[in-house]
Design a protein. Structure first.
Length: 378
């Protein structure tokens, strides 16, 4: 699938890139996994020189070997022997180099330095503060684990707090972009096919790309691919969220599963889980992880009345409704049985997605000052 959309993001990067020619810029790029953060940056710099550092979960010296080779290849600059070198040395070298030439450095999966060597953040703060006033650099960092990225940049106790000069949050494809994609690759698509694409992907670039590249353009073929044995999608929810939730992932998964099934009030959730107090978990899911939101009827005066929770991410709503809930069916190898259950319930599930789809359409128009529901939703 070719690269779609992101004109607004490109324009913002273009402005920051121009600024960085004169004044050092430090940009944070956030967004859920598979949304296309890395591809966005690589596409923008396709015809420019970009140093790309991917923070794999390796020893620091092994990472530095890779980073040094990237510098040698992209900048054609010899460096000292990498044996025993630290990331602080590499970063200082780049900052010193940027005193005399413009450099763009993109560090991907930035939060994983916690696993490599957490003192790297302190080292970066000291080096950045020492050189930024005379540097010509655009430092871009991206991360997918929301909790860790918040900790790095929003916790006042962390060394890099307040060091960024700009933030960009990459969002899913808008409905108009999904229509453009379907029109290009399957001009004869039906409205039900477009709704299925939205329901199963939520506009997440990687998921859309998988369906398009495999030529799955109809509701039926998309569901077939989603539930086939060893499908990429079946393990995706757990792969995404276990790192976010840590050891408490079980209770969070249970809450999200219940919400996906229609138990959307706090009392319903507490009764179903036999837990007296869920406010802390619900607050974390809403504010820390950004996975659920509170919904109330439009113009409801009380902040505590008629509150219902909903999963914002369309893919995760579908995943918890069918994959996690029926994980025992998958473990038994009865994927066809699970697919038949999903096909049976798909009109109900996609009906909820249709409401969200039209809400996004209205937001995209930018003509309204307030959007909401007239009655309580589930």
């Amino acid at each position: 699938m070719r690269f779609f959309d992101r004109e607004a993001e490109f324009e913002k990067l273009r402005e920051i890139e121009e600024l960085s020619q004169e004044v050092a810029q430090f940009t944070i790029i956030t967004g859920r996994r598979r949304i296309g953060k890395t591809e966005l940056v690589k596409q923008f710099y396709a015809r420019k020189t970009l140093l790309y550092f991917f923070v794999a979960r390796k020893a620091e010296t092994d990472l530095c070997d890779i980073f040094i080779e990237e510098i040698r290849t992209k900048l054609n600059i010899p460096m000292i022997d990498s044996k025993g070198i630290t990331f602080a040395t590499v970063f200082k070298f780049i900052m010193e180099l940027s005193q005399n030439q413009h450099i763009t450095l993109f560090i991907d999966e930035f939060q994983d330095f916690f696993r490599v060597n957490s003192s790297i953040y302190s080292d970066m703060q000291n080096i950045w503060d020492s050189y930024k006033s005379t540097a010509h650099i655009h430092l871009i960092v991206a991360g997918s684990v929301n909790t860790l990225m918040n900790k790095i940049f929003k916790d006042k106790k962390e060394p890099l707090f307040g060091r960024q000069t700009g933030t960009m949050h990459v969002r899913p494809f808008r409905p108009s972009v999904l229509k453009e994609i379907m029109s290009e690759y399957c001009p004869e698509y039906k409205k039900s096919d477009l709704l299925a694409l939205y329901t199963l992907t939520g506009g997440v670039a990687k998921y859309v790309e998988l369906f398009i590249d495999h030529k799955k353009f109809t509701e039926k073929t998309m569901l077939n691919m989603f539930f086939e044995r060893d499908s990429y999608f079946l393990s995706e929810g757990k792969n995404m969220l276990v790192d976010e939730f840590g050891k408490d992932y079980g209770i969070y998964f249970s809450i999200l599963t219940l919400i996906s099934q229609g138990k959307t009030t706090r009392s319903e959730l507490e009764n179903a889980l036999n837990i007296k107090e869920l406010s802390g978990y619900l607050k974390n899911l809403s504010e820390e992880y950004g996975l659920i939101s509170k919904k109330q009827p439009l113009y409801e005066r009380s902040v505590n009345k008629n509150v219902h929770y909903t999963i914002e991410d369309q893919f995760l709503r579908f995943w918890f409704r069918f994959v996690y809930k029926y994980s025992h069916i998958i473990e038994a190898g009865a994927n066809e049985k699970l697919k038949s259950i999903a096909e049976r319930d798909f009109p109900t599930v996609s009906g909820k997605s249709l409401e969200c789809y039209f809400m996004e359409v209205l937001k995209e128009q930018g003509c309204y000052t307030r959007l909401g529901y007239w009655v309580s939703i589930r």
